[in-house]
Design a protein. Structure first.
Length: 208
């Protein structure tokens, strides 16, 4: 009598429920890719309880921000992940920039529309406020006249009005990110922006 099929069947019966309940994948594929973005810490805290990072790894790399937003919201409802609403944009930001359509490119939208200005920007030509706001997703978290994830630019301008070194302070804030000036939610750092870009943005914010 051949025992092999029976052993295989018993093994499969034991292994399957265990896989469904526990995260037991090899460390390399199970872990989220390290990043300086604030969402990295949040996915480690919030996204490892039910499944590993492998579900994220296997999503199409072309997935846009809206796709990640819908996916993370689905984890909260109906799947029941205990996510705080204010953390969701930061998680989405990390996911789209690490696994999705915005990987490694500072100018995804603008570059797709017209290749020539992107090359000019790389060569050091000044970039417009609209390009900078769009390419760096500032507008995902900020609006001029109302609080979104970050403060309204109008309120930032009002707070720094009359401050002698307002431009320098805001250039530093945008470059380094951080939290505590407007609330507990952190602003991501933008180390890839050079002084010219930072000055364009800071000057524009202060004029709102
Ligand atoms: C409460 C449990 C739970 C938590 C916490 C959780 N997920 Fe999920 N996740 C699920 C379930 C259930 C599925 C669906 C599995 C399936 O269809 O086989 C899933 C599937 C996915 C998928 C596959 C695509 C899809 O739409 O099914 C991705 C990507 C994903 N999760 C990302 C995340 C991220 C990012 C987080 C943290 C923000 C997270 N998950 C937290 C339960 C969870
Ligand atoms: C993921 C969300 C997010 C993105 C993207 C983002 N910000 Fe912010 N921003 C915030 C939050 C949150 C704060 C408040 C931080 C605090 O309380 O200290 C903030 C604060 C600021 C401030 C005020 C800083 C100060 O010193 O008072 C400025 C100016 C600003 N952001 C500009 C920008 C610009 C320009 C971009 C794009 C290059 C950008 N932000 C991208 C969330 C974001």
């Amino acid at each position: 009598m051949n025992m092999k099929p029976l052993i295989a069947a018993v093994f499969a019966a034991c292994a399957l429920p265990a896989m469904a309940l526990e995260v037991t994948l090899p460390a390399e594929t199970a872990a989220y890719r390290p990043s300086d973005l604030p969402g990295y810490r949040l996915v480690q805290q919030n996204c490892m309880t039910c499944h590993s990072a492998q579900y994220v790894e296997t999503q199409p790399q072309t997935s846009p921000r809206a796709y990640w937003d819908a996916t993370v919201k689905k984890m909260k409802k109906p799947f029941g992940a205990p996510l705080r609403d204010e953390d969701i944009p930061l998680i989405v930001d990390y996911l789209v920039k690490t696994y999705g359509a915005e990987r490694g490119s500072a100018t995804p939208v603008a570059a797709a529309a017209t290749a020539a200005p992107a090359t000019a920007a790389a060569a050091g030509a000044p970039r417009s406020v609209d390009t900078l706001l769009g390419a760096n997703q500032c507008s995902a978290c900020h609006a001029v006249d109302k609080k979104v994830v970050g403060p309204a630019f109008h309120d930032v301008a009002a707070k720094y009005a009359g401050n002698a070194d307002a431009t320098g302070k805001l250039m530093q804030s945008i470059r380094s990110g951080g939290s505590g000036k407007w609330g507990q939610v952190p602003m991501p750092a933008f180390p890839q922006l050079d002084d010219a870009d930072l000055k364009t943005l800071a000057t524009w914010v202060l004029s709102r």
